[in-house]
Design a protein around this ligand. Structure first.
Ligand SMILES: Cc1cc2nc3c(=O)[nH]c(=O)nc-3n(C[C@H](O)[C@H](O)[C@H](O)COP(=O)(O)O)c2cc1C
Length: 249
């Protein structure tokens, strides 16, 4: 076990790769995880109706930092909608193979689903939701009162998870990536997750929101809370977002 990281890097070199599912002629996996069609979807404000202040990219990059304390001000559905678009928003669907989104992804595989722990967003009941990128809508996953505490515990008790406006939870579906890249796809999942989170950091600057990335979490616990099997679907990365305090410390 002690050499597992080195082993992973070695065995995912091209020379060791087996033929991918795509090379073997299998059809690609679906672009989005299925959902219960009997459930009512929750509309998000349309992108074209959302006004965001113009922020110079250089300023956004300069001022970005991890923020772990937030104001009690609720975030708005407009802000949430904008941040979802900036992190996973779909610009073009190329059925049946791929989507083009606001973030890059190896082979345009876009192998993530975005779950949201909503704590303090106007008009939205607190709880766990999932973002449906193809529809640009939300679906309820779990509104039990204890869910925020459970997810906080899963993040080693990092309190900001339940004190922020919303915690983004990115779930990886390796099959969607590995269909093209076989085992090497695991590398790309982690690289892709970094791009997504960086877009969240930068776009939040334009909303006077702060972000903190989270990779310190208990895999088994988080996967079981989200009802994921931990292999075909697993939590890869999280980030908290909330309105900045007037004076940040
Ligand atoms: C992959 C990754 C994982 C991180 N995990 C955590 C975390 O679990 N908890 C936390 O408080 N900060 C976490 N951070 C935030 C870093 O601590 C922070 O980026 C670093 O201290 C530099 O500060 P800055 O972001 O303000 O520049 C993480 C950052 C990255 C990129």
């Amino acid at each position: 076990m002690s050499n597992i990281g080195k082993e992973f890097l070695k065995k995912t070199q091209y020379k060791y790769l087996e033929k991918s599912k795509q090379m073997q002629g299998y059809p690609p996996p679906p672009l989005q995880l299925d959902y219960d069609k009997n459930k009512k979807l929750i509309d998000l404000p349309k992108l074209e109706d959302i006004e965001v202040r113009t922020l110079d990219l250089r300023k956004a990059i300069q001022s970005r930092k991890s923020v772990r304390n937030y104001s009690d001000l609720p975030m708005t559905p407009e802000e949430l909608s904008f941040l979802l678009w900036c992190t996973q928003g779909i610009k073009e669907v190329m059925y049946p193979h791929a989507t083009l989104r606001t973030v890059p992804s190896a082979g345009a595989r876009h192998a993530f689903e975005t779950f949201l722990l909503i704590n303090n967003v106007d008009t939205l009941e607190p709880g766990l939701y999932r973002y449906l990128a193809l529809e640009h809508k939300l679906i309820e996953e779990n509104l039990e009162p204890g869910i925020a505490n459970q997810i906080t515990d899963g993040c080693l008790g990092q309190d900001m998870v339940k004190r922020c406006g919303v915690t983004f939870i990115w779930v990886a579906l390796p099959e969607r990536m590995n269909w093209r890249y076989s085992e090497r796809g695991y590398r790309y999942l982690h690289i892709d997750a970094g791009h997504v989170c960086q877009n969240l950091y930068l776009s939040a600057e334009a909303l006077d929101c702060g972000v903190c990335a989270i990779a310190a979490f208990l895999d088994d616990k988080m996967n079981s809370i989200l009802k994921l099997d931990g292999e075909e679907q697993f939590v890869i990365y999280l980030a908290t977002v909330g309105k900045k305090k007037a004076i940040d410390y």
